[in-house]
Write a protein that binds this ligand. Structure first.
Ligand code: UT7
Length: 330
């Protein structure tokens, strides 16, 4: 069995910063409410003309540079996103083109906020089974264009941001490894956090009636999602620690999906994790769905929060419901 190492990280967010005060000019909300309920101070949104594929390619180039890997050496790309540039194909093939990658496998992963955790598990499985040597994994999202910026949509609109993060994962003879992963789903809650339209079940995929009903915007039962998120984050962390025979005290870092600072704090408290064991950057970026963990990982590395050999957990929960974790020896 081969080990796998994350050998490069990168991230990119659009230049346009949208503060809580900016949002208060668009809808009935306030800086106080957003900070108290979510910990978010600002987020980055694309400007007109910018595209998701640009964010993804910029993050990927940074990760390739960091890894010292030429695009020719990538033999698989995995792109986690719910917000591809077009209905099909997904952004994986757009990345293959933009980065000038060979005629390699391009796989899009659509497990929402859990997309990056599923993608790391998938990349690791491909490498360990000998089907790939060097995999580029990207989490990328443009959520801002889907949001309902009226008062009615304020519960969702204040939470989400745009951005991309990327890692290069490679086979290694060294100690680094994705030690194990836990992946779960529970479709009975699919409509507790979803964007129902466009849908293949209606002719034309979308129509005026659907738009008048605002069913093309994302909707969420916030309290239900919060409750399940805290429970499932904790279970997933426990599951990978138990499978790996690792005590929580031995973890250098937990990088949770950046959904809400209150969720992160509740999980840290339930788990009795010290503040320095938990990474948070939600105040700068909001919730960037599948991009949030790779952005956080790239920042954690640059802040010197990880050294080779450290144990780390990536953990996520989101729409589906889906949830999961990766236990990683850095
Ligand atoms: O990646 C996973 C995705 N999502 C999440 O993890 C989010 C999980 N849920 C949450 O983070 C929280 O439920 C929210 C931050 C979305 C909401 O916080 P809450 O404490 O659960 O608030 P609430 O939904 O119970 O709403 C409380 C009040 C309501 O007013 P009334 O009925 O008490 O008069 C809302 O209408 O806050 C109101 N409200 C707002 N007020 C100002 C909802 N959104 C806003 C807003 N600004 N943006």
């Amino acid at each position: 069995m081969r080990n796998v190492a994350i050998i490069g990280t990168g991230f990119h967010v659009p230049e346009r910063v949208v503060t809580n005060d900016d949002l208060a000019k668009m809808m009935d909300t306030s800086d106080d409410w957003i900070r108290e309920r979510s910990g978010i101070r600002e987020r980055h949104w694309i400007a007109p003309g910018q595209t998701g594929r640009e964010l993804a390619a910029a993050a990927a180039r940074m990760a390739l540079d960091d890894a010292g890997v030429e695009p020719d050496n990538i033999d698989m790309v995995i792109c986690a996103t719910v917000s591809s540039d077009c209905a099909f194909p997904g952004n994986g093939v757009l990345l293959q083109q933009d980065l000038g990658l060979g005629l390699i496998a391009a796989l899009d992963v659509r497990t929402q906020c859990t997309g990056f955790v599923y993608s790391v598990a998938t990349a690791s499985a491909f490498i360990k089974s000998g089907q790939a040597d060097t995999v580029l994994v990207v989490g990328t999202e443009v959520q801002s264009t889907a949001l309902d910026l009226s008062d009615e949509g304020r519960d969702m609109a204040v939470l989400f941001g745009d951005g991309a993060g990327a890692v290069v994962i490679q086979a290694t003879d060294g100690e680094s490894d994705v030690l194990n992963s836990a992946l779960h789903s529970q479709g009975e809650y699919c409509d507790a956090l979803w964007c129902e339209m466009p849908s293949c079940n209606i002719t034309g995929r979308i129509d005026a009636e659907v738009m008048a009903q605002k069913r093309h915007h994302p909707h969420m039962n916030g309290r239900l999602v919060f409750k399940h998120a805290v429970r499932r984050f904790s279970e997933a962390i426990n599951e990978v620690l138990t499978a790996g025979g690792v005590a929580k005290e031995d973890l250098t870092l937990v990088i949770p999906h950046q959904a809400n600072l209150r969720i992160t704090e509740a999980v840290a408290k339930r788990f009795e994790l010290a503040p320095e064991q938990v990474f948070s950057n939600i105040h700068k970026y909001g919730n960037t769905t599948a991009a949030s963990i790779p952005i956080a990982l790239a920042e954690a590395v640059r802040e010197g929060r990880l050294k080779r050999g450290d144990l780390m957990v990536l953990v996520a929960f989101g729409s589906g419901f889906t949830w999961g974790a990766n236990l990683i020896r850095w």
